[in-house]
Ligand binder design. Structure first.
Ligand code: ATP
Length: 884
């Protein structure tokens, strides 16, 4: 360095020598050093200047940086003490300046214009600045306190440069602050517990095996590739419930350090823990639960190649095989001899369900009003021993979609679901319990796929999309959100019943312990952490199980053949009990059994189901369906969302083919001219005043009790409920869009120029206005519906009876005596008598395509009196290109 100093001296720049040593990372960019390599070089230079002269600089140059720096370069305030003799070569200029100062003290000009000598004072006689005091900030004291309470110090530079071996990690743990799942330092109390736990002085009690949702972590051993690369285990377990991730990180100056994240779950299994132990604490409690008549799901989630398939579906070690062994043993017990086990295996690939035991036939997921997910057409095999199971399973897994990725030579490219059903021997349609093992496809980054082709990339995108949807659902459940987006992907539709209703779920988060995977591992654990938060039964939708011996069977029976009356009664009881515990009736009602999803979930499949012919199903399935059909036909009041899908579907389809207009026209009457033209007047319309015209109690009173009270057919009520749901969906969609709109606008406001803001603001107002109008229209349409019903009641129409044929026609409905102010709007391609396809496609979607709106006047109104101006305006509002 002396050569460097000499050079500086030669150019009379030696006074900057010490300044260079003070350069900090923030200064680099100001000096134009942006390139990482250059930054590294400069950093090296600064370090060596500091190192070379540290002994000399420290006693001579007491520097502290001021927070008010103007140049960007830190200007050290240098106090040269007279008591210390500098060992640092004194630059000439420095000496010169000092001599000038000593020779001629500077003077200051006084008011009188005269000069008075400024009192000079050498550093020796100046009071020493209290550096401790200067450096002390109120926060600093707190920091020190916190550190002391954590009994930890910041990791030293040396620490961070060390390898991340397990033994050393233990040392890290004692020296670095522990972070929680999201990188926030743990509270002193929690940290103290953790450090006690680490030292073996405290052991977390084992978690309860009977929780609704259990979340465990399984760590796989380092694989050959990772060992070859010299990777170290960065995920040491702490006790049986916690683990720590020592995330290797780089500072800007490329020096290494470690972030330590601490996680606690129901169980954490180290890489040497055998699957049999994992089984005892994960799937075994579920096996017991299904024998009590419950519904249970065990799923593995984790990065690709982290051991999901190995944990779940490995033919030798997989949880499913261990579970099956116990199931068969339990089936042999006298109390269970009336039951048999059936297995089904399917995969969710690219958003479609395929039967792995039936030549990858396409399947359809359905859901009943009690949130039971049914896989229509799934081929099931009765199994009574493990060998048979292995045979069937081997066949199934051989047709599962796998591929090779950069991270796993045999990567599952689909989510596989193995379903074990306990059915009654006497009646195989009677389901006692259900256990599903789900091996999710691994989450992956683009880099994990290696040199992937388009297909692999598409698969990866679909996998990530569905896992994201799953995360969204978990998040929504976690936050007690009103709407849980189960519909976002097939996976979430299928998994829905793992989270709601009478169910037990165990999630096994699988992780790879290598340092290169730490980011992924953290993501997996954070994901698992979210799920874990759910298990506190915070989600009110998971209504309390009064009795652990849940006889799910009864619910399934409903689906089979129970009478409507019983069904409804049961429902009511549950509702009553449920509501009595909660004040937010509206919220809960929306989600209790009859939720928005009940409409969407099956309906999405309806068209497909129509297309799917029976040849796609196994003979057994056809037989089952025929049975169901016949049993269902005896009950005309079959509940639309009951688990009797074949029956339900058939009755529904039958009704929609030639004669859907029974209730159809009303489905389309979503947009009224009142809405667009004069909302205020429509709101005050007496026709809409429900309470003023109808005694509310009369609506709920059964017709059998009082002849004068109107009765409603199940179809009418059901249709109204669907309509209501559609309205809720529509308005909440609008609200979502409103939220986006306002966020976008506020973002614009904070970044853009005034001129641009003005135009953006106008656009924002316009969009908002449209959205509000849309929302109002949906609400108004629903109110019209209410008015119509009220009108019918007023006129004494008993709408439990099928509507007379003339009323089914669009032109004649509603009857002339009752003339609401509603106008009907149909898509142009929609015929006067809508087809079943139209019914399915549009009746629940009140938003007509803006480009294709046709307005059809209601003939009961005089054509001449029709306000075409208003209609045209409305057309324009919705962006219609055509108007007739
Ligand atoms: N606990 C374990 N012990 C030994 N080997 C394991 C363990 N877990 C996983 N492996 C091995 O790691 C490799 C990857 O495992 P696996 O295929 O189960 O991962 P995955 O998470 O299912 O991956 P993907 O999502 O890509 O299908 C396999 O070769 C498997 O044998």
């Amino acid at each position: 360095m002396s050569v460097f100093l000499d050079t500086l001296r030669k150019h009379d720049l030696d006074q900057f020598y010490s300044t260079l040593a003070q350069l900090s990372l923030q200064d680099y960019s100001r000096l134009g050093i942006t390139n990482t390599a250059d930054r590294r070089k400069i950093f090296g230079l600064v370090q060596s200047i500091r190192k070379d002269n540290s002994a000399d600089i420290k006693p001579n140059m007491m520097t502290f940086s001021t927070s008010t720096m103007t140049s960007g370069l830190r200007q050290p305030q240098t106090y040269s003490t007279t008591t210390t003799t500098s060992r640092l070569p004194q630059p000439d200029s420095h000496r010169r300046r000092q001599s000038i100062i000593a020779d001629k003290p500077p003077s200051i000009t006084t008011h009188g214009g005269g000069e008075r000598p400024m009192r000079t004072r050498t550093m020796s006689d100046a009071p020493r600045p209290d550096l401790q005091q200067l450096l002390r900030s109120p926060l600093r004291d707190k920091r020190i306190q916190l550190r002391q309470s954590l009994l930890m110090d910041q990791p030293s530079e040396e620490d961070s440069d060390e390898e991340l071996g397990t033994t050393k990690n233990r040392r890290f743990r004692a020296s670095a602050p522990l972070l929680d799942a999201y990188g926030v330092p743990l509270s002193p109390a929690k940290a103290a517990v953790r450090s006690k736990e680490q030292s073996g002085g405290f052991v977390l009690p084992p978690s309860d095996l009977d929780q609704k949702i259990r979340v465990c972590v399984k760590k796989r051993p380092l694989n050959k590739k990772e060992l070859e690369k010299g990777e170290k285990d960065v995920a040491p377990t702490v006790g049986t419930r916690s683990l720590q991730i020592n995330e290797p990180k780089l500072r800007l100056d490329m020096s290494k350090y470690t972030d330590q994240h601490s996680f606690t779950f129901d169980d954490v299994f180290d890489s040497d823990v055998p699957n049999s132990t994992v089984y005892e604490r994960t799937a075994l409690p579920l096996v017991h639960y299904i024998f009590k008549g419950g519904k249970a799901t065990c799923f593995a989630y984790g990065q690709t190649g982290s051991g999901k398939t190995y944990t779940m579906l490995d033919p030798r070690h997989g949880l499913y095989i261990l579970a099956a062994r116990d199931i068969f043993t339990m089936l042999r017990k006298p109390e269970n001899e009336h039951l048999t086990a059936w297995i089904g295996l399917y995969e969710i690939y690219q958003g479609q369900l395929y039967d792995l035991l039936n030549e990858r036939k396409k399947l359809f997921a359905r859901e009943d009003g009690k949130s039971n997910v049914i896989i229509m057409g799934l081929k099931e095999y009765p199994i009574d021993n493990v060998n048979k199971l292995v045979q069937v399973f081997d066949y199934g897994s051989s047709v599962r979609t796998t591929g090779t990725t950069g991270a796993n030579d045999s990567s599952s490219r689909s989510h596989a679901v193995l379903q074990i059903l306990l059915k009654h021997k006497a009646n195989k349609k009677k389901i006692h319990g259900k256990l599903s093992f789900i091996d999710l496809a691994g989450s992956e980054r683009g880099a994990d796929r290696g040199e992937a082709d388009t297909k692999t990339r598409m698969e990866g995108a679909e996998i990530n999309k569905s896992l994201l949807a799953l995360k969204e659902c978990i998040r929504a459940l976690d936050k007690d959100k009103r709407h849980t987006p189960f519909r976002q992907s097939k996976l979430t539709q299928v998994l829905k019943d793992s989270f709601v209703g009478h169910s037990r779920t165990c999630m096994v988060a699988t992780i790879s312990p290598g340092g290169s995977n730490s980011e992924h591992t953290l993501n997996t654990l954070r994901y698992a952490d979210r799920v874990k938060e759910l298990k506190g039964e915070r989600d009110k939708r998971n209504y309390v199980e009064k009795n652990t011996n849940v006889t799910q069977e009864e619910e399934y029976e409903d689906y089979e053949e129970e009478e409507e009356e019983e069904f409804m009664q049961e429902d009511d009881e549950e509702e009553e009990e449920y509501f009595s515990n909660d004040s937010d009736i509206l919220n809960e009602y929306t989600f209790h059994g009859e939720n928005l999803l009940d409409v969407d979930f099956p309906n999405e499949q309806d068209t497909l189901f129509m297309q799917s012919n029976s040849s796609m199903m196994a003979p057994q399935e056809i037989e089952q369906q025929t049975d169901l059909k016949s049993s269902a036909s005896s009950s005309s009041n079959s509940r639309p969302n009951s688990m009797t899908y074949p029956n339900r579907s058939n009755s529904q389809y039958a009704s929609i083919q030639p004669q859907p207009p029974k209730t159809l026209p009303r489905s389309y009457s979503m947009y009224s001219t009142d809405t667009a033209s004069d909302t205020s007047s429509t709101y005050s319309s007496p026709q809409r005043s429900f309470h003023s015209t109808v005694n509310t109690t009369s609506l709920s009173t059964p017709s059998t009790q009082n002849e004068s009270v109107p009765s409603f057919s199940h179809d009418h009520m059901d249709e109204f409920i669907r309509f209501h749901r559609a309205e809720i969906r529509e308005t909440s969609d609008c609200t979502k869009r409103e939220t986006k709109l306002v966020s976008h606008m506020s973002l614009q406001l904070s970044f853009d120029s005034q001129t641009r803001n003005t135009s953006e603001f106008l656009k924002y107002l316009q969009d908002l206005d449209e959205l509000l109008e849309h929302k109002l229209a949906a609400i108004e349409a629903l109110r019209d519906r209410i008015s119509d019903i009220v009108g019918q009641i007023e006129l004494g129409h008993h709408i439990s009876a099928p509507l007379p044929p003339q009323m089914m026609r669009n032109d004649d409905y509603p009857p002339p005596a009752y003339q609401p102010t509603t106008q009907y709007y149909y898509p142009p391609h929609h015929p006067q008598e809508p087809s079943s396809k139209d019914y399915l496609n549009y009746s629940y979607y009140p938003t007509p395509s803006p480009q294709t709106v046709i307005i059809q006047r209601q003939p009961t109104r005089s054509k001449d009196s029709c306000c075409w101006g208003c209609l045209a305006a409305l057309c324009l509002c919705f962006g219609a290109k055509e108007c007739c």
